[in-house]
Design a protein. Structure first.
Length: 326
């Protein structure tokens, strides 16, 4: 009578070679997510400039986020996240008004006269404005390094603005773009408790829907302008709704989960240089020495502020989610 031979138990491999091989695909996916995020967010600045050749700033924002809202509705139907509680509806409405509608109206209007690369450098200072607001509103620590970084960054902004029409005069393009960065900072502070309750993706989805609703009064104007626009402009509007608003934020959330906020945020310093590089062949915009030097100084200031935030407890550091898609 034959007896079955016992099958030896297979134990998981814990040798370094096995651990490295199992982590490699995940790391590659995370770096790919970072690359997609940077490309999608950086491309938004030259894409906006391209679309503004045939569309007005506010209808462009309305059309773009109407496209994004359709994708968000599909995601909400698929994932079915919890509906916002009634007390949070007003905060979501404010986030949509400030972080989507006002931000994009100011950015689009400013980019009529401000080059894509210059705009991206200015907007990239939003973390500094966020830290300042968190100090004023939430009482978070700032410190000497934070104030030094702020002064350095604003010196860079002033240098960038000096190369743009009107400089930083009220109503000039550079001042409007800086206003959009301030809107982004207000949004980050406002959405901080919402992210803790609903999660980053769901919070962004509800905020984007609210912003699309605020912009919806300009949809008739957008639908009147789009038929007269070229196919390049129409494709650009759709791309702005799909890439930065939907895909870029999803890949950014994945990267945050893999690298952590402190390390992942470092990759965002690449957005302005990449935006400048994309604008060169797409729009023929060659940044001058003032823009490049000012951009480098502005980013150095942001680095100083981010270094400051990593020396304080995580609970009091500036929020890690730096922006909605541009």
């Amino acid at each position: 009578m034959s007896t079955a031979r016992p099958v030896p138990e297979r134990r998981p491999c814990v040798e370094p070679r096995c651990i490295v091989s199992s982590r490699a695909p995940q790391a590659l996916r995370a770096y790919a997510a970072v690359a997609v995020t940077i490309l999608s967010w950086a491309s938004a600045f030259p894409a906006i400039r391209l679309a503004l050749r045939e569309l007005q700033p506010v209808p462009l924002a309305a059309a773009r986020f109407a496209v994004a809202a359709l994708l968000v509705l599909g995601w909400l139907a698929w994932r079915r996240p919890p509906l916002p509680a009634l007390p949070d509806l007003l905060r979501f409405a404010l986030c949509g008004l400030i972080g989507i509608a006002a931000y994009n109206i100011l950015l689009n209007t400013g980019q009529r006269s401000v080059a894509a690369g210059a705009a991206s450098f200015i907007v990239n200072t939003a973390p500094i404005l966020t830290a300042l607001l968190a100090r004023l509103v939430l009482g978070e620590r700032f410190g000497v390094r934070g104030w030094a970084g702020t002064l350095v960054s604003f010196a860079g902004i002033a240098l960038i603005a000096s190369a743009q029409p009107g400089g930083l005069a009220f109503g000039a393009g550079a001042s409007l773009v800086l206003g959009s960065a301030l809107c982004m900072a207000c949004y980050v502070v406002l959405q901080k408790p919402l992210v803790a309750r609903y999660g980053a993706l769901a919070c962004t989805a509800w905020t984007l829907l609210a912003g699309a609703l605020w912009l919806s009064p300009w949809l008739p104007e957008a639908t009147a302008e789009l038929p007269g626009a070229g196919m390049v402009t129409i494709t650009t509007v759709v791309g702005l709704g799909v890439l930065p608003a939907a895909i870029g934020y999803a890949t950014w959330t994945y990267a945050l989960g893999h690298f952590g906020a402190a390390r992942a945020t470092n990759f965002l310093y690449l957005v302005p240089p990449v935006a400048t590089a994309i604008a060169l062949p797409l729009l023929g915009e060659l940044p001058g020495p003032q823009t490049l030097l000012g951009g480098a100084i502005a980013i150095a200031g942001v680095v100083l502020v981010n270094m400051r935030s990593r020396t304080v407890p995580q609970a009091s550091a500036a929020p890690a989610t730096p922006r909605l898609p541009s």
